[in-house]
Write a protein that binds this ligand. Structure first.
Ligand code: SAH
Length: 435
């Protein structure tokens, strides 16, 4: 054993993918995972700054590690992800001088370079990391049913509120061969479901040869032996075309599932957000999806309390939510982020009012979810089993529509497709019996 590592991860699936990839690189060098960052020879924090709250969490965690390092000066501390971004490292070094390595999102090689230059580890060989299993550290390797595969990195859209373009850089597509090779390697290791990731995933291929787009890629990925399910996220309404919807409908392994944030219902707010569509256009996209794939499951993100959002604007968000009856909603309270366009606008919806709007919208969403999930009572759904929850002695899996289902069963169900009869339905999960 070379030493121990710990990676603390917060934020989106892209961060999750980067952390798994870094873990597999570190393991290829002989490092072994340890459960606590405080005990690790190499402690990595993979951070998110999309809202103030995750940023605050990372700062607290990092400050704590700074204290630990005083008693263990040999420890290597690496800061990774959107807190670092493309050009924030210098400022961060002043605030956190004990950090050894700063890594922009997906730039895991910086840490590997640092380790190889470090006296304690100079006997290690970079070639070892080239053998690293794709994005699957050993702790996950024998039980990972799902995996994340980034296909486009960065984002160029510049929604007024969003910090991601400033931290992840402009969008660019990964080469198809690289992606397909990675998916094959994951499937060979037993992975049954891949989630293809991008900030605007449906822009995939815009910078590649003619004919290479997400619809094409989905069909290619579907040829992977052993793979049962494919998902992709996140889509932007402006790029969701019928070719893509048809590819989802025609390709068995691709789940009938879309993540398409609407963010707000009011056209005035959508315009200020620079989202690039109106409420009517968003409704049209949902109707296109439903005309091609009537039972498609659709997930959305919503922001409440954006600068200047009046009660009337908010009620348009509520109305859109009630009318569309989508399947999942991620509701966030607006959080001003440095360098974004809306940062210059007055954050004029009070914290209490943001919370009131969040709770109100959440109640609407729960009601829709329960009504929709109760429709499945007594029915049998196909679940891909992802995990055994020791404490509760039950299995956890998801339907192809991305609905969470729990059930009890003897024997090893991990990674299997099981038929589950739904006995109980709540707003965010269901419980059933194996048939
Ligand atoms: N590229 C994806 C994901 C962006 S981040 C997309 O376009 O949807 C995920 C979600 O965080 C966003 O959809 C948005 O709802 C939320 N979000 C982003 N910036 C935010 C901010 N400043 N305040 C509150 N929520 C924010």
């Amino acid at each position: 054993m070379t030493g121990t590592y710990h990676i603390w991860t917060i934020g989106c699936q892209m961060n999750e993918a980067d952390s798994r990839h870094l873990a597999s690189q570190l393991e290829a060098l002989g490092f072994v995972e340890t459960r606590k960052a405080d005990d690790a020879d190499i402690a990595v924090l993979n951070t998110c700054v999309v809202r103030q709250q995750p940023e605050d969490k990372a700062v607290r965690k990092l400050t704590g590690l700074g204290g630990v390092k005083k008693s263990r000066p040999g420890m290597i501390i690496a800061l990774m992800g959107c807190m670092v971004g493309k050009r924030e490292a210098e400022g961060l070094l002043k605030t956190f001088p004990f950090v050894d390595v700063f890594m922009a999102p997906s730039q895991t090689d910086c840490l590997i370079d640092f380790i190889l230059r470090h006296d304690a580890y100079s006997h290690l060989d970079r070639a070892q990391t080239e053998l690293a299993d794709y994005r699957l550290p050993a702790v996950n390797r024998d039980k990972a049913v799902t995996a994340f595969v980034p296909i486009t990195l960065g984002c160029s859209h510049a929604c007024s509120y969003c910090i991601i373009p400033y931290r992840r850089g402009p969008d660019r597509s990964r080469k198809p061969d690289e992606i397909l090779g990675e998916v094959r390697a994951l499937a060979e290791q037993g992975v049954k479901e891949v989630n293809l990731l991008g900030q605007i995933v449906d822009r995939y291929g815009f910078d590649l040869e003619e004919g290479i787009n997400l619809a094409w890629l989905l069909k290619e990925v579907a040829k992977t032996e052993g793979l049962l399910r494919i998902r992709f996220l996140t889509s932007h309404p402006a790029y969701m075309d019928d070719e893509l919807i048809r590819a989802v409908a025609e390709t068995d392994k691709v789940c009938p599932y879309f993540e398409i944030p609407f963010q707000a219902g009011s056209d005035r707010i959508l315009k200020s957000m620079r989202r690039g569509y109106t409420q009517a256009e968003y409704r049209q996209i949902i109707s296109n999806i439903r005309s091609i794939l009537p039972d498609a499951s659709i997930n959305t993100d919503v922001i409440v309390g954006y600068p200047g959002e009046t009660e009337a604007d908010f009620l348009e968000t509520v109305k859109l939510t009630e009318d569309l009856r989508l399947d999942m909603h991620h509701i966030a309270k607006y959080s001003p982020r440095p360098r974004t366009l809306s940062f210059k606008m007055k954050d004029d919806v009070s914290a209490e009012e943001k919370e009131r709007r969040r709770v109100l919208l959440d109640e609407v969403v729960r009601r829709i979810n329960v009504e929709k999930n109760e429709g499945l009572l007594g029915q049998t759904v196909e679940v891909l089993v992802e995990e055994f929850q020791e404490k509760k002695n039950r299995w956890r899996g998801r339907t192809s529509h991305n609905k969470l289902v729990f059930f009890e069963a003897e024997g090893d169900c991990l990674g299997k497709l099981m038929n589950i009869k739904i006995d109980w339905a709540g707003p965010f999960s269901m419980i059933g019996t194996a048939e």
